[in-house]
Design a protein around this ligand. Structure first.
Ligand SMILES: *[C@@H]1O[C@H](CO)[C@@H](O)[C@H](O)[C@H]1NC(C)=O
Ligand SMILES: *[C@@H]1O[C@H](CO)[C@@H](O)[C@H](O)[C@H]1NC(C)=O
Ligand SMILES: *[C@@H]1O[C@H](CO)[C@@H](O)[C@H](O)[C@H]1NC(C)=O
Ligand SMILES: *[C@@H]1O[C@H](CO)[C@@H](O)[C@H](O)[C@H]1NC(C)=O
Ligand SMILES: *[C@@H]1O[C@H](CO)[C@@H](O)[C@H](O)[C@H]1NC(C)=O
Length: 378
């Protein structure tokens, strides 16, 4: 009897001890270890829309204030201001209880403050370190560029709590586009989603034309073996925003060549130019596997899938002549449309509103002790 009682006490103590240990590990040890984790967010299988971007049911009983300390690229942003009525996030994106503002007097009550990287590295803007920072206020580092285009950010060590970036392991993950399942797929046929009139085999719009870019070297080789129509400042043949999609829709293929190659860096060159333009993207960027994590598997052609530039050119020429097989690359459009940031005002406003709906998944507290190293991590 005494033995039984003793065993029960031991058991109760063990349960108590293990619960306490678990609590300590989850509360204190795991957050401290975040730097050693590589938490690439998993995409839901078969539905290539990032979970963090599906509008979640979120029940905030109090307002979240997102303060934009200054607008990116020195924009005066009158356009943005017009939309900065208290309810811009609700009216434009259906996100409630989310106050977006650029009024610096809101500093003491701001939950999140957004700092765009470019102005910091060029020293045209600086962090408000002279102000007493409320303990729960988080500073958010924001960029849409790859590390080589973000400058030397080592002086920003231990200043930021969160990142708003195109990489999936960012706190606020903001890709250049994503798929939106169609609510109603009835009556849509493949003919509706493949542009009919095609006059060019391959097209490319390039503003930043640099001889050292991998994409430039590839282009020179490609144009030896097949015709490529080029537009953009680099060739003094500009294309304004309204003409972009109609022009690309006349191309069988669009060269979605990234300016630098980094994980998850799949830019508007795929989402807007190719997908929304209506051409099949020929991609040069991270490996195919990475594209397949972000785009439908059969929606693009990867340059690495070919032994030579000649073989790629032959494949493209063949494909352009095979109507049915060409159309198969557009099949995903029967079930999805795309969401992208076509105008500057969209990517200047919407990502900040989305801070409000992603906050449930945040680690708290968090500090980027080595923002520079984090960016360059591959
Ligand atoms: C959100 O709040 C409303 C009203 O308080 C409630 O009816 C609803 O069930 C809540 N939703 C969730 C997901 O908690
Ligand atoms: C949130 O902000 C809106 C707009 O400023 C205001 O009307 C509302 O009363 C606020 N709600 C709370 C709970 O503070
Ligand atoms: C292109 O088509 C020709 C003729 O049908 C075929 O012999 C060749 O293998 C094809 N090439 C590629 C790369 O698909
Ligand atoms: C697309 O939707 C249709 C009808 O809802 C469904 O039968 C089909 O399996 C879907 N295809 C893909 C690739 O998801
Ligand atoms: C934000 O980072 C600072 C250090 O820069 C830190 O003192 C503060 O506790 C962090 N706050 C949150 C909410 O993570």
């Amino acid at each position: 009897m005494a033995d039984l009682c003793h065993r029960r006490k031991t058991l109760l103590f063990a349960i108590f001890f293990l619960t306490l240990l678990g609590y300590v590990l989850v509360q204190y040890v795991r957050p401290a270890l975040w730097m050693f984790e590589t938490p690439m967010r998993k995409m839901p299988q078969g539905l290539p829309i990032p979970k963090s971007l599906v509008p979640v049911q979120y029940n905030n009983t109090r307002n979240t204030t997102v303060l934009v300390w200054y607008w990116a690229f020195g924009r005066t942003c009158d356009y943005c201001r017009q939309h900065l009525q208290p309810n811009v996030c609700l009216e434009r994106y259906g996100i409630p209880n989310c106050i977006l503002s650029d009024d610096r007097s809101l500093f003491p009550q701001a939950d999140y403050i957004i700092f765009h990287n470019r102005e910091l590295i060029e020293y045209t803007e600086k962090l408000p370190e002279h102000l007493p920072r409320p303990p729960n206020q988080a500073w958010v580092w924001f960029s849409r560029e790859t590390p080589p285009h973000n400058g030397d950010t080592r002086f920003l060590a231990a200043k930021f709590n969160y990142t708003l970036f195109y990489r999936r392991d960012s706190d606020f993950f903001m890709p250049f586009g994503w798929l939106v399942p169609r609510k109603d797929t009835t009556g849509i046929t493949i003919d509706d989603v493949v542009p009919k009139e095609k006059t060019h085999l391959a097209c490319w719009v390039v503003s930043n034309f640099q001889p050292h870019h991998e994409r430039t070297k590839f282009y020179y080789k490609l144009k030896e073996v097949m015709p490529v129509e080029v537009w953009g400042g680099a060739v003094k043949r500009g294309l304004n925003g309204d003409d972009l999609r109609p022009t690309i829709s006349r191309c069988y293929f669009y060269l979605s060549f990234e300016n630098s190659i980094f994980p998850d860096y799949i830019s508007e060159k795929v989402w807007i130019n190719a997908f929304e333009g209506g051409a099949i993207p020929v991609v040069l960027g991270p490996p195919r596997k990475n594209y397949e994590e972000m785009l439908p598997k059969d929606s693009f052609i990867h340059v690495n899938d070919f032994k030579s530039v000649g073989e790629l050119a032959e494949f493209l020429k063949n494909l352009s002549k095979d109507k049915e097989r060409y159309a198969s690359y557009f099949r995903w459009k029967l079930n999805y449309t795309t969401h992208s940031f076509a105008g500057v005002e969209d990517w200047l406003v919407e990502p900040f509103c989305r801070v409000c709906i992603q906050q449930n998944t945040l680690q708290r507290p968090k500090v980027y002790q080595d923002l520079h190293g984090w960016q360059w991590r591959r």
